[in-house]
Design a protein around this ligand. Structure first.
Ligand SMILES: Cc1ncc(COP(=O)(O)O)c(C=O)c1O
Length: 492
């Protein structure tokens, strides 16, 4: 059963990684049964024509992921499948956050759990805990206390090199000097605001936009001008007319799978914005959380990849495509802003956690990143397809939405007369949590928009939750029709 294992000695991939991947795949596909003994190290190494160490390293990787177990003196065996042990957390009240506690209490009191379409944060079952555990140990063995000393404010050099390579896949060329490691994209927005904004300065944002950015700009007492976005990007006519009136310190944009709408800018719009930036000496802050989660054919090229005139500061978070708790993101900065931004970072928190930076670096170097991203993308894509199908099936025709080609969010327009805040209350009572669109505006929020996210819901929950949401909306619609009848009754 191990006869099919073949190693490519001229590949750039390490032999032990190749061996580990092939064995893991055989075990995961069930081609090697639980408790089967793996070949002895010496014999397998001879058969494969490799060094014993190659086999030892591959077996160690499998053991660290709990795919195999070792018995002293007997050898290495295929381990039973490990299920996600939720109880580890739930037994210890101290580890539970308020939301989880609330959902558990609902379940215990006989009510069903809340189906959460409100959050765009991935859930713990999607996090790569085993490899992470192994890499933390590896870093600790390799770097010891250095991982806990003061680090460079700009970030760990090896990680910046890995990021420079990773981002190159998206046609963004960034030298290590241009990369600034930050503790989450939220910190990125904050230190950019700190760098560029004084009291009363103006910033332009899309309308609607990410509320975390609005809060930061408000905290700097900035004037915020909102420019509406539609399904192929920001309204360029309005943008240009605002630029003629006033020069903002910068414009904050999300050109791919925008939060909250999921809309992406057309290529033409991206080019035109860069032209406007040149014409009006405009600095663009591009916040790119989700462009990796592309499910269709759309061109999700970043503005930064097209930025020949150094007009764009690029922010990329690892929260949505890896684990939000790492608090890790990076900026790509044009040279003229290096020092000012570095100083703001220094003033904020001096540096980002050194241990986590080192672990993420190894994650890239051991090529685990690609695997994790593919896994996430596959999970989200399946959820997304189900979501679109059930939205079309269960929501009344009076609801409207544009199916985005990627990301985590769908921006739903409610029928006239039904507000998002009303729906929020009714849906919550029915066990569905949604994000009312009003929170994504600075001024004059549109009251009939809702953001639905697929980040924290299973496929079953999507089907069940959207069906329930459809029922709630239909009920509200029929109530409002009755109101209408009653109002007009005396005229008949
Ligand atoms: C557009 C956008 N920018 C930034 C953030 C904050 O990300 P981080 O967790 O990296 O601070 C979020 C989080 O939801 C977001 O949606």
């Amino acid at each position: 059963m191990f006869k099919g294992v073949q190693l490519d000695k001229i590949s750039s991939k390490h032999l032990y990684i190749q061996l580990y991947s092939q064995l893991k795949s055989l075990i995961e596909k069930g081609e090697v049964k639980t408790h089967t003994k793996l070949p002895s190290i010496r014999k397998f190494a001879e058969e494969l024509g490799v060094n014993n160490v190659t086999v030892v390293n591959a077996y160690n990787l499998l053991a660290e992921e709990e795919i195999v177990y070792k018995k002293v003196g007997s050898g290495t065996f295929v381990a039973p499948k490990v299920e996600f042990k939720e109880d580890i957390y739930l037994d210890e009240e101290v580890y539970i956050d308020e939301d989880t506690k609330f959902i558990e209490e609902r379940k215990e009191s006989g009510q069903e759990g809340i189906i959460n379409f409100a959050t765009a944060a991935p859930t713990p079952d999607l996090f790569p805990i085993s490899p992470f555990k192994r890499l933390i140990n590896k870093v600790l063995e390799r770097d010891g206390g250095y991982a806990f000393g003061y680090q460079k404010s700009q970030g760990y050099l090896a990680l910046r090199k890995s990021i420079s390579k990773y981002i190159n896949r998206y046609q963004i060329e960034a030298d290590v000097n241009e990369i600034q490691i930050i503790s989450g994209a939220q910190q990125g927005i904050d230190i950019l605001a700190k760098t560029f904004l004084d009291y009363g300065d103006t910033v332009f944002v899309e309308q609607p936009t990410y509320p975390g950015a609005i809060s930061v700009f408000k905290s700097r007492n900035a004037n915020i001008t909102e420019i509406p976005i539609n399904q192929n990007g920001i309204d360029l006519k309005l943008l240009e007319s605002e630029l003629k009136k006033e020069k903002p310190k910068f414009i904050y944009l999300m050109p791919n799978f925008q939060n909250p709408t999921g809309y992406s800018y057309s290529q033409e719009k991206k080019e035109r914005i860069l032209e406007l930036a040149q014409k009006y000496d405009l600095l663009i802050i591009e916040d790119d959380c989700l462009s990796d989660l592309n499910y269709g054919e759309s061109n999700n090229m970043a503005l930064k990849a097209m930025d020949e005139d150094e007009r764009v500061i690029y922010i990329k978070s690892f929260s949505k495509i890896f684990m939000p708790g790492l608090r890790l993101a990076f900026l790509i900065i044009p040279e003229c802003h290096f020092n000012d931004i570095l100083l703001s970072k220094y003033m904020s928190d001096i540096f980002t956690d050194g241990l986590i930076q080192r672990v993420l670096d190894l994650y890239f170097r051991e090529e685990l990143w690609e695997k994790q991203l593919n896994k996430l993308k596959e999970t989200y894509q399946q959820r997304y397809q189900i979501m679109i199908t059930v939205l079309n099936e269960y929501l009344p025709q009076e609801c409207d939405f544009v199916a985005p080609e990627g990301g985590l969010n769908i921006w739903l327009e409610l029928p006239q007369g039904l507000t998002a805040n009303e729906l929020y209350d009714k849906a919550f009572a029915a066990g569905i949590n949604i994000a009312p669109g009003t929170v994504f505006y600075h001024n004059q929020p549109q009251t009939n928009k809702v953001r639905l996210s697929i980040a924290a819901v299973t496929e079953r929950e999507i089907k069940e939750g959207i069906k329930k949401l459809g029922d709630v909306i239909n009920k509200e619609l029929s109530n409002s029709n009755q109101d209408w009848d009653n109002r007009w009754m005396p005229l008949v």
